[in-house]
Design a protein around this ligand. Structure first.
Ligand code: SF4
Length: 282
């Protein structure tokens, strides 16, 4: 059944830009196919591919954006990726073929393949099989995740991933629940496990004025990250409004209409906090 599925012909795999709105691309896919896909990884639900990214891991990256996320971050730039059925149903073999097309170029440019989302681990079987295939082609692999479902990966499966781009959203249970709708514990536990296994982390922190700029919270995150010993760098990502139109189009209540991107001084202060803890921050 899965092998007969094709992505909608009129929607190209490659997105026109990282903030393209894509909805209901798997509308006709039955529940039993979805269930089977999640169990086997024979089929994935992807928002799009992006080529030539310079910000999603080392070197130049091919990025596959998965659909489906269990967080509901107030600052999310891509709420169309919350619902798995908004993504295109792509057979694993087709996704592997897409990665394979770029394998020589990615190696020449010291880059690799990154799976991002959405939250990729909502489709952990597909993710593991795709990353394993990429690794088998000699391609550097990265997983960009909020870490909440990290326990879905065995130690052997983690070995297929060269680097984890781990999003830590904020500090403290109440704040984390307010910001994302979920507890922070599983993410922090996943970070500790990655540290125990010596897996490199690039930590990502979205900086939103008056929402994630609390000095005390950031000190805690910086101390936690520095204590892990495997955080190679921290990327402080300034909030922007490029995804706002998606909230409007999807009819979801957006709480950050009035929020401006952080001023340069604030970005520097936060980077400085991570640096003071002994981390490289950009
Ligand atoms: S984890 Fe990422 S995709 Fe999910 S809601 Fe948060 S920002 Fe959006």
């Amino acid at each position: 059944m899965i092998n007969e599925l094709k992505a909608p012909q009129e929607v190209p795999l490659e997105g026109t830009n990282p903030f393209e709105l894509r909805v209901e691309l798997s509308k006709g896919v039955s529940e039993s196919v979805v269930k089977q896909a999640l169990e086997t990884g024979d089929l994935g639900f992807l928002h799009s591919f992006t080529t030539g990214s310079a910000v999603d891991g080392p070197g130049v990256r091919l990025v596959a954006w998965t659909a489906g996320c269990q967080f509901r971050c107030l600052y999310c730039h891509n709420p169309d990726t919350w619902n798995m059925m908004n993504g295109m149903a792509i057979p694993l073999e087709r996704a592997i073929a897409e990665v394979s097309k770029y394998r020589h170029g990615l190696k020449i440019m010291s880059g690799g393949f990154t799976l991002s989302g959405g939250e990729p681990l909502m489709q952990d079987r597909f993710v593991v099989r795709l990353l394993t295939a990429a690794k088998g082609m000699g391609i550097h692999t990265a997983l960009d995740t909020n870490g909440y479902l990290g326990e879905h990966l065995s130690d052997e499966e983690l070995d297929q991933i060269d680097i984890v781009l781990l999003d830590i959203k904020t500090w403290g249970r109440a704040r984390h629940r307010h910001l994302t709708g979920k507890d922070p514990g599983p993410t922090l536990e996943f970070a500790r496990r990655l540290a125990q296994r010596g897996k490199t982390i690039w930590l990502r922190y979205v900086l939103v004025p008056k929402l994630t700029d609390d000095e005390n919270d950031i000190s805690h995150i910086a101390a936690f990250a520095a204590g892990l010993g495997n955080v190679e760098r921290v990327d402080v990502l300034p909030f922007h409004q490029l995804g706002r139109y998606k909230w409007e189009k999807l009819g979801i209540d957006y709480k950050l209409n009035e929020v401006e991107p952080p001023a340069h001084d604030l970005v520097e202060r936060v980077c400085g906090q991570f640096r003071s803890a002994g981390l490289k921050a950009y």
